[in-house]
Design a binder for this molecule. Sequence first.
Ligand SMILES: C[S@@+](CC[C@H](N)C(=O)[O-])C[C@H]1O[C@@H](n2cnc3c(N)ncnc32)[C@H](O)[C@@H]1O
Length: 220
Amino acid sequence: MNYVHALRFRFLTPLYDAVVAIGMRDKVFKRRLIDQAEIAEGMRVLDVGCGTGTLTILGRQAHPHAEFTGIDGDPEILATARRKAAVAGLSVRFDHGLADALPYPDASFDRVVSSLLFHHLVPQQKRRAFAEIRRVLAADGQLHIADFGKPAGIYATAVSAVLARFDGIENTRDNFEGRLPALLVDAGFTVLERQRFSTLFGTVSLLAATRAPSTTGDES
Ligand SMILES: C[S@@+](CC[C@H](N)C(=O)[O-])C[C@H]1O[C@@H](n2cnc3c(N)ncnc32)[C@H](O)[C@@H]1O
């Protein structure tokens, strides 16, 4: 099975929060993603590939009256997430599980959010994960993703070539070719909004998608 840990090698996981804070200013685009998701009181929100829980925790802090669950396939990183939530005094549920086999009934969430997960998944896993996310979303639910997209400019293109070697050529190809929106459409979503965010590690795309089907195509 293809499984890429947060910084590819397990022994690097303790450095993850520092690396993404310095290299990506991750809290800036994670806050934007939470804003974009327009989470209302009482909504059930799932963070897929939650890692150390930064996005889940930011979401819960911004929306104390919504219900947040994070899920990740790495039990060790989930221990960090639980610790961070406890230190922040927040009640957040963190579950162990895979993005392409979500352990939740149909229509259990109003919003699914996810950051920096999909470039860890090979194309088949991406497709299955999108199908699973669509299944667990309510009929009027939305998916909000922040992940590497098509590099904007020479610097981001050069960095993406390095990152592809680090995280895996097959995992990252659809991201760097700007194909996540097309894959979402194939999975039955309508892609609503796209924003870009430049980081030292390359271009992050913020996508919003509704569960309803449509016919739009590639990221430009
Ligand atoms: C780069 S980290 C991103 C973590 C967090 N979302 C963030 O933005 O900081 C990618 C995370 O995806 C998790 N992951 C990788 N493959 C997964 C899969 N198939 N199912 C669930 N989680 C997965 C890893 O364990 C890791 O925590």
